[in-house]
Design a protein around this ligand. Structure first.
Ligand SMILES: C[S@@+](CC[C@H](N)C(=O)[O-])C[C@H]1O[C@@H](n2cnc3c(N)ncnc32)[C@H](O)[C@@H]1O
Length: 262
């Protein structure tokens, strides 16, 4: 895949979407990404399992929202590079008329966005090159594809850790949810400071990778759902959120949840 990458990517600074892609077994990454990815792997070998468990949560969350809840619109912010089971594939396998808007601010994700735009004819997918720091802009652009008078699932998977300040992160979540009606959902997932290894991994990350990533405690993650009706089983580690029968449910250094806007 290396020769398909455009020269304007900054290949001197490790980037979050590309390191995540490396851990998930993808090929859309550069030597700088693999170098810091490997350093973190050494300090925290469970990162690969962590990344896979986070993706598996995304798939179960979207399946639940499109199936049991009947949500037909998804706003997936911090999409990452296309991989297996992208949001539109999971949602449209349950509800072919589902409409999905993807948002990321990394140019490499934009360059690969075509793979995210393979909607069913009944549904729709769109990609917005935008920054989570400007939720009003995201909502305005998303309104070209989504009907914001109808419920939307706002997805923030592995992205709020890139916003260090809790007040700022909570303000962004609040402003996003103000733009969608009652019956909409927030679903999120982020790394937690629940082991020494993961704290060391975040330290290594923040020495060189862009943007920096800040672990929170499970309690701080839970506060993002203040004012929402939490879906059972609440804020838990991803393997423990509605696991498939027989699926291992041991906690990892990450917490997730889903809440409904009353
Ligand atoms: C750890 S990856 C998670 C990818 C995917 N959501 C998943 O769960 O597998 C975080 C993604 O968030 C994006 N991101 C980070 N900060 C962002 C910001 N301020 N605005 C938009 N996207 C951002 C990165 O480019 C990256 O693709």
């Amino acid at each position: 895949m290396g020769q398909q990458l455009e020269p304007e990517f900054d290949t001197s600074v490790p980037q979050t979407a590309r390191i995540w892609n490396y851990w998930l077994g993808g090929k859309d990454n550069f030597p700088v990404d693999r170098a810091v990815g490997d350093q973190i792997l050494e300090a925290f070998p469970a990162i690969v399992e962590n990344a896979r468990a986070s993706r598996a949560f995304l798939a179960r969350a979207v399946q639940y929202l499109a199936g049991e809840v009947g949500i037909r619109q998804f706003l997936d912010i911090g999409t990452g590079l296309p991989t297996a089971n992208n949001t539109h594939q999971v949602a449209q396998s349950v509800a072919p008329d589902a409409r999905i808007v993807y948002v990321d601010n990394d140019p490499i994700v934009l360059a690969h966005a075509r793979a995210l735009l393979t909607s069913t004819p009944e549904g729709a997918t769109a990609y917005i090159d935008a920054d989570l720091h400007n939720p009003e802009h995201i909502l305005k652009e998303a309104a070209q594809t989504l009907d914001l008078s109808q419920p939307v699932a706002v997805m923030l998977m592995g992205i709020l850790g890139h916003i260090e300040d809790d007040d700022e992160a909570r303000s962004i979540v609040r402003r996003l949810l103000e733009g969608v009606p009652s019956g909409s959902y927030l679903t999120m997932n982020d790394g937690t400071d629940t082991s020494e290894e993961v704290v060391e991994a975040a330290r290594i990350w923040n020495l060189s990778a862009n943007p920096t990533y800040h672990l929170r405690s499970p309690e701080r993650i839970a506060r993002f759902f203040d004012g929402l009706e939490l879906v059972e089983p609440g804020v838990v580690s991803p393997p423990q959120w509605r696991p498939e029968p027989g699926q291992p449910a041991a906690a990892i250094d990450s917490y997730c949840g889903m809440g409904r806007k009353p």
